[in-house]
Structure formats: structure tokens, C-alpha cells
Write a protein of this length. Structure first.
Length: 226
């Protein structure tokens, strides 16, 4: 999406402007006041995600902020070149302004959300655009927890059809892994390295039913025996 050439074109076409100064300490300070996220997320991206959640709750903009972060997450997932550009350590102020403007443009109606605008400006000002994808993912975890959702990630060697995913969702929904009143949120990830079978992650639990895991166990058994 944002190649070097695109950045130069954006900067040439638009007048230079400085990013709004919203220091990260204002987000961090907000995170310590009153509002407590329903789940703890860690790392630098977790710190920003927690602070953003707090700011969104305090400004009564949680739903539009969640939609905007979901859109940004999809954008980062689909565009690996974008993630690479965001992580470039030599971005100039003009580059960062152009990137933030382009990101906001891709948010459509959510581009007017002041909480998100300040968040992106803060990342840019603090040279943290490279953690945008991680922040989006951690923010998604917080939102899921606030909605009473339990995330289940099913990793398979090939994309699973909707019928198979539905059967898995029905089976797991009735298990001890999902608490009463909780809603299961199912995501299918593809990883050819597992060869076959499934790896199911529910919250902090992992059920490894992959062929690669079975092969590894068999190899260890043979090695220990011999």
C-alpha cells in the first residue's frame, strides 16, 4: 500500500504539516485513572493498547475506536509492505505525517475519531509506528474480553471450511474451556508447517493435535529408546 514512491508522492502533493502533539505520557496517565481494562495485556504494544482503551472509554468513543483499530489490524495483516515501512527507523517527520494521513484515509468514516487520530499521532511522535499491528491485536483482546468473548484460534495446514469451523465452535462452546455466559470467537489460521491435524488455542490453553507434534513426540521416543 505505502511504497517509498507512494510516500514521496503523498509528500509532494500535500502541504507539509506537523503531527498533533499528544505525548504518550497523557495516555499512560489516563490508564492509571478509574477505568480498568477487563484483561491485562503485556509488552510495549500492550501498554499502548491499554492506554488507548482507557482514553476511548473516557471519551465515550469505545465502539468507533474498536472499529477503527479492527480496520487498521486488517490493513496491517493484508499489507506486509506497510508493516515493513512502519518499522523503518529512518522515517522523517514528513514521512510519518504522510503515513498517518494515509492510515486515516483508509479508515473511512472512522477517520474523524479524535481518539484514534491522537493515538496515531502519538505513535508517530514517539517513533512507535512499528508496533501499530501489535497494538491493534492487543486492543482486540481487550475488546473481546469486555464483550465477554473467548477467543479460539484454530491453526490448520489448510483453510478449514465453514462447516468444520461451525462444528468445532459448537463442540468447544459446550466444554469447560468456555465459561457460562461467554461467547466463543473463532479464528482460523493457516500454517502448512503443522503438516496436518489441528492446533487449538482457547484463551491461555493450547491443544496440540497436529501431525508435526505427533512426529516430534515419536522422534523423541525413538531417540530416548536408542
Amino acid at each position: 500500500m505505502l511504497s517509498r514512491q507512494a510516500l514521496r508522492s503523498i509528500r509532494a502533493a500535500a502541504p507539509q504539516r506537523t503531527l498533533a502533539r499528544t505525548p504518550v505520557r497523557s495516555y499512560a496517565a489516563a490508564a492509571t485513572q478509574d477505568v480498568k481494562p477487563p484483561v491485562a495485556v503485556y509488552g510495549l504494544d500492550g501498554t499502548y493498547a491499554t492506554a488507548l482503551y482507557t482514553a476511548a472509554v473516557k471519551s465515550s468513543s469505545l465502539d468507533p475506536t474498536a472499529r477503527a483499530l479492527s480496520a487498521l489490524n486488517d490493513l496491517c495483516t493484508k499489507d506486509t509492505r506497510l508493516v515493513s515501512i512502519l518499522s523503518t527507523p529512518t522515517l522523517s517527520e514528513g514521512d510519518k505525517s504522510a503515513i498517518v494521513a494515509e492510515l486515516q484515509k483508509n479508515l473511512g468514516g472512522a477517520s474523524s475519531n479524535e481518539t484514534v487520530k491522537n493515538f496515531l499521532a502519538t505513535l508517530a511522535e514517539n517513533n512507535r509506528l512499528g508496533i501499530l499491528h501489535g497494538v491493534c491485536e492487543k486492543f482486540g483482546q481487550i475488546i473481546s474480553a469486555s464483550r465477554g468473548e473467548v477467543e479460539m484460534v484454530v491453526t490448520s495446514a489448510q483453510q478449514l471450511d465453514s462447516k468444520t469451523l461451525s462444528r468445532l465452535e459448537t463442540a468447544v462452546s459446550k466444554s469447560k474451556y468456555v465459561g457460562a455466559g461467554k461467547k466463543l470467537k473463532v479464528t482460523n489460521q493457516v500454517n502448512p508447517d503443522i503438516v496436518g491435524g489441528l492446533v487449538v488455542e482457547i484463551g491461555d490453553r493450547t491443544i496440540d493435535l497436529s501431525v508435526s507434534s505427533k512426529i516430534a513426540k515419536m522422534n523423541k521416543l525413538l531417540t530416548d529408546t536408542l
